[in-house]
Design a protein around this ligand. Structure first.
Ligand code: NAD
Length: 483
């Protein structure tokens, strides 16, 4: 049995982490690197027994963790932050091998370090919180906010540790115990996080990591009546399945789902910045929920924008994400690759034109796809309404502010919107009318960890980040005494 993966000399357990111990399953699933298809690990494949063990451990550990003084909880979270920073390069190399994102991204400020920051930020927020009290007419209402119980956290493969830390840190801070199920496509950094949690002094059973397939162990976890909260990041169909599984137990769910976000460029925009930002929409091979995959460009600058964008893509390197000169790496797996190419070929078949890209990088069966920009689609074409989740953008022109807003709001999603204009009055006016959880004006992909993130429509239910995370992961009690 292969209970460890060895990646660049880094040893990663391929077993579950339950009640402070490694637990192995006889059944395994294979984890391949999208970089070259190499077999990285044969990972324990959890089922009913492992789900039960992990939830039992989380339920048992809950009362003590909830009652652990907040200073102690915060100290452990800070220690987790420090240990992740200490091991940031290991995390980064494992993440790149497993997920295919750029090593320069994961080693930079926005990668593993941002994941670590979630632990310190939520620790600080925990210490700064003050429970409200209301005095009146002989009674004192003391509000207390504390952990809800065992929570299940289910994550996707496109930003593994980052998205996990964003749930694990506030759930722990608020006093919950956790069963985390990482994506079966990227199981490895969650396993490193489990090691870190033990080293940081997190008591056994407070954080459990169960590996396995979504429709197997994931489905069992979310249907269990012991679970007090479910936080899920992933696709819309899975969210529907989870909502149905949670319904009999009335388990509250938070959903961070897909997007088809607009990037609007008005005629007075700084085109250099707008073009550079358009290039960034290919980050992580377009496998990012918040990217602006629909470029909406003012008619008067449409041609110029396309020319400048095409010129800026000259020398853009698709290749091995471990190479510092690479701009974008592979897609995650073959099914995703086929899905992306299917969208592109159907669009071209229906009359769209590729300004650049339009197909796979090679014909060797590897997972590298050419960054693609499509134009001349029908306004309601599949390629402009459905999430592709690949390095594929569309560009459309608009002639008025009202038309831009109508186009921007014209999908079932509402995760983010980005707009470029020199007119800040217009920026405010347009931002107010956009259906999106986040609007970026003359900037992109920045968020203070205290600010909320989430989407409207099919982009999600609820908000996470800052106080919004505390709210979701907390039970609120009002204790009324006579005074
Ligand atoms: P997915 O829905 O296929 O899988 C996500 C997770 O759900 C995986 O861990 C999977 O094992 C698990 N799962 C699958 N079926 C399940 C079930 N029946 N019960 C419980 N768990 C189950 O999504 P994906 O392909 O991994 O991720 C891509 C999607 O995630 C895209 O739509 C993307 O936009 C979205 N996403 C959203 C955000 C956000 O913050 N809004 C962030 C990242 C990704």
């Amino acid at each position: 049995m292969m209970n460890f993966a060895h990646i660049d000399g880094i040893v990663v357990s391929t077993d579950h982490w339950i009640n402070g111990e490694r637990v192995s399953s006889a059944r395994r699933f294979d984890d391949h690197s999208p970089i070259d298809g190499a077999l990285l690990a044969r990972v324990s494949r959890g089922g009913a027994a492992e789900a039960d063990l992990a939830l039992e451990a989380a339920a048992k550990a809950f009362p003590e963790w909830r009652n652990t003084p907040i200073a102690r909880r915060a100290a452990i979270l800070h220690r987790m932050h420090d240990l992740i920073i200490e091991h940031a390069d290991d995390f980064a190399r494992v993440e790149t091998a497993d997920q295919g994102g750029l090593l320069t991204y994961y080693t930079g400020e926005r990668g593993i370090r941002r994941s670590a920051s979630n632990f310190s930020a939520f620790a600080d927020m925990l210490l700064e919180r003050a429970d409200p009290a209301f005095l009146g007419d002989g009674f004192r209402n003391q509000v207390s906010i504390g952990g809800a119980g065992p929570v299940v956290l289910i994550n996707p493969w496109n930003g593994p540790l980052l998205l996990e830390s964003w749930k694990v840190a506030p759930a722990l801070a608020a006093g919950n115990t956790i069963v985390l199920k990482p994506s079966e496509w990227t199981p490895l950094t969650a396993s490193l996080l489990a090691d870190i949690s033990a080293e940081a002094g997190l008591p056994p059973g407070v954080l459990n990591v169960v590996q396995g397939l979504g429709e197997e162990v994931g489905a069992l976890l979310v249907a269990d009546p012991r679970v007090r909260r479910i936080s899920f990041t992933g696709s819309v169909p899975t969210a529907r399945a989870i909502a149905a599984a949670a319904a009999p137990n009335l388990t509250p769910c938070s959903f961070e789902l897909g997007g088809k976000s607009p990037l609007i460029v008005f005629e007075d925009a700084d085109l250099d910045i707008a073009v550079q930002t358009a290039k960034r929409q290919y980050s992580n091979a377009g496998q990012v929920c918040l990217i602006g995959s629909r470029l909406l460009i003012a008619d008067s600058i449409y041609r110029e924008f396309l020319d400048r964008f095409a010129a800026a893509m000259d020398g853009f390197v698709v290749g091995d994400p471990r190479d510092p000169g690479t701009d974008v790496g592979p897609l995650i797996h073959h099914e995703q690759f086929q899905q992306v190419d299917g969208f592109v070929q159907r669009a071209i078949g229906d009359g769209a034109r590729a300004v650049f890209g339009g197909g796979p990088l090679g014909d060797d069966g590897s997972l590298y796809y050419r960054p693609t920009l499509l134009v001349d689609m029908e306004p309601d074409a599949e390629i402009v309404t459905e999430e592709v989740f690949g390095p594929v953008l569309t560009a459309q022109s608009f002639t008025s502010e009202d038309e831009a807003i109508a186009m921007a709001n014209g999908t079932r999603y509402g995760l983010t919107a980005t707009l470029f204009t020199a007119d800040m009055v217009r920026a405010q006016r347009v931002a107010a009318r956009l259906d999106a959880g986040t609007v970026w004006v003359n900037c992109f992909w920045v968020r203070d960890l205290r600010a909320p993130f989430g989407g409207t429509g099919e982009s999600g239910v609820g908000r996470e980040g800052g106080e919004w995370s505390f709210d979701f992961y907390s039970e609120v009690k009002n204790t009324v005494t006579t005074v």
